[in-house]
Design a protein around this ligand. Sequence first.
Ligand SMILES: C[S@@+](CC[C@H](N)C(=O)[O-])C[C@H]1O[C@@H](n2cnc3c(N)ncnc32)[C@H](O)[C@@H]1O
Length: 320
Amino acid sequence: MTPFPTTGTAAAEPETAERIRDVNTRYHDGAAAHYDAKWGIDWGDVGRDQVLGKLEKLLGRPLPRFERSLEIGAGTGYITLHLLRAGIVADATATDISPGMVDALRGNAERLGLTVDARVADAERLPFDDESFDLVCGHAVLHHIPDLDRAFAELHRVLRPGGVVLFAGEPSRNGDRIAVVPKRSATLLAPVWRRAIGARPAERGHDDGGEENHELEHLVDVHAFVPDELRRPVEAAGFADVRVQGEELAANWFGWFNRALETTARREDVPLRWQKYAFHGYLLFQRLDRRLLEGRLPAGIFYNLMVVGRKAADGERPAA
Ligand SMILES: C[S@@+](CC[C@H](N)C(=O)[O-])C[C@H]1O[C@@H](n2cnc3c(N)ncnc32)[C@H](O)[C@@H]1O
């Protein structure tokens, strides 16, 4: 079994792929109940525009309609449920290694009146026939998967010829390093900030499923990518026209600073006015990133990386 270093700060020894999958399952089971609140997941038009905007930017054109989609590491359903809501996808399947997340996703689908085939599955072993989908996608999941070559080989197998593969929200190595600055600054300023807004300190582990999850948190992430590391397994699986893009820089500085402050306070003590400032400020910085920085600076500088590719159509000659 190949040992993996983890990207966390306190890993004492290399982890095995099996343990990484097990830890991811337990950690995300514990996090599922508070996941949407913790990450401010919006199930209305703002969330929908975020998802469609990301995927359109990556595809470089308006999203076409897909007949059958598959999402891996779908969590509570952020991508799939918004694609369904927007009518981009007709028939959606969403998978996750964590049964707790799959339950949360089913609950969200029911509340939104959407029909989705939600299943527990490891991205490296997909329980689907060859050529079953015309879109395979995911958000913030690849960095948890021990064997990306195996996962992309599976995604290539279940995708129909001519189908599209899309992933967004993957941490870049540079972005991860840069984000340490706003996180540390916020930690230093947190006591002053809590006094200013009259908030009590947070209970440890509350949002992530308690003390056990606090211990697992530094073990769940196994990759932070430079663009070529993200491109390689996609191309190795046989996908064509593979492109990696970066997104969000200023928005992530702003977002991480505020998030790091907020995690030190009890959620119920953070005033609505602050939450609105943090949310709308993030959207403003996101627009600035899009207009001024993305596409002008190298992908690896940004906090998040995205990758798109295509399964060659039957009879298509590979590009020279
Ligand atoms: C950071 S969350 C992202 C969830 C969702 N995509 C979102 O953006 O809100 C990562 C998800 O990947 C799932 N995951 C981790 N390892 C996985 C694996 N090997 N196969 C499938 N899902 C996995 C976790 O259980 C978790 O739900």
